[in-house]
Design a binder for this molecule. Sequence first.
Ligand code: CMX
Length: 438
Amino acid sequence: MSDLKSKLRQKIEEWRPRIKRLVEDYGDVVIDQVTIEQVIGGMRGLKVLVTDISYLDPNEGIRYRGYTLPELIEKLPKPKGAEMPFVEGVWYLLLTGEMPTEQEVEEVVEEFQRRRILPKVVYEVIDASPCCSHPMTIFASAILALHRESFFVKKYNAGISKTDYWAPTFEDAMSLLAKLPEIATYIHAKLYRDGKRIQSNPNLDFGANFAWMIGIKPPYDDVSRMHFILHADHESGNVSAHTGHLVASSLSDIYLSIAAMINGLAGPLHGLANQEVLRWLQDVREKLGGDDPTEAELKKIVWDTLDSGQVIPGYGHAVLRKTDPRYLIQREFSLKHMPDDPLFKYTDMLYTIVPAILQEQGKAKNPWPNVDAQSGIIQWHYGVREYDFYTVLFGIGRAIGICANLIWDRALMYPLERPKSITTEMLEELAGIKKGSV
Ligand code: CMX
């Protein structure tokens, strides 16, 4: 058994009694109340999910296993000469809650390298996709095609004990994550490079191999690592994480659950926002004849966008109430590596004007930028200019956190998710509204 898997087994055995005690001895403790506004309004703020992989503080931003992102970037082992840590180290940390040593990371790097090879069926599914399909649709289909490889399904059909479900789930997660860069870069080659594919480099880590296969030189390896790490997790209630958890709660395996999560990520209010940012910025740039913008020009365009009933992509958040630290880390990287990039200049000027405008408009609860306001600009700068591909990159990162969550869901034997729904009439009765009084 690998060191990571045996470390995980030890952590799971330590954690299980805590959950058992909470349910058996404290199961009737009330932790939240539900209002009509929350029921109709997308369950905002309701404390009804549990995860120990990450926690999102509205003012501070995300912590992975208790570490802020800057702490994580500083402390995790890095490839020689790199600015950003190994993606594999984040996987280790998310799974076990422990900061890995260089040796422990190296072992995961090698394990992922061994599991990279795609079965033929994945190429066939990608090749068979209509040319006008969105890359996220193809990405989800390719992941679904791997379902027949599921080790969990084999073990489940053979009659494995419920207490051991986590182990084949771990194996499936390792195999899927190792393959995601291969799948994504093949989709990229197929859609945008006449199918000209660059083969995997057997000596490279997750981030560097992605950069290699997409054909972009350093420091794009660090861009990849940064992108996948920053997008890895955002606690449990966001659409992609919650979808993954919900689907897996019916004991659907990793492949079915991650394909579902990818579909949730593909919406413009969630992961597709990074593509929307680029599209909107290019549109703005075109309107200004490609020139550097003045503040007055940009302010007018922001107001015009709002007045036409559209959102400003990359701004606002359902939980965050301050500038997203993931935005700030990418901004810092951009200031260091691409300060003169024309689109970065737009982005940075928007950072100074959009929050005040959203505050003046008075609708958005959070006027500050989120991760998507900056991520696409960096991709564009380094040469990934097909912006409908950006959400696929987000998907690779997010799959890391969700796989960690799903393994722990199985380890702690969380049950089928099944909230109760009621009718509008019942809500009116609860509110004391007389029938027919509207
Ligand atoms: N531009 C304009 N209006 C905005 C806005 C923005 N960036 N953000 C929120 N609002 C509006 C909402 O549309 C809503 O308007 P209505 O009352 O007319 O419906 C109002 O402000 C209140 O919304 P909220 O409670 O502040 O935000 P929600 O929790 O409902 O939604 C989010 C959060 C992210 C969907 C929203 O801020 C948004 O649409 N932002 C732009 C898209 C985006 O950047 N999404 C990426 C989020 C990060 C990610 O998941 O990747």
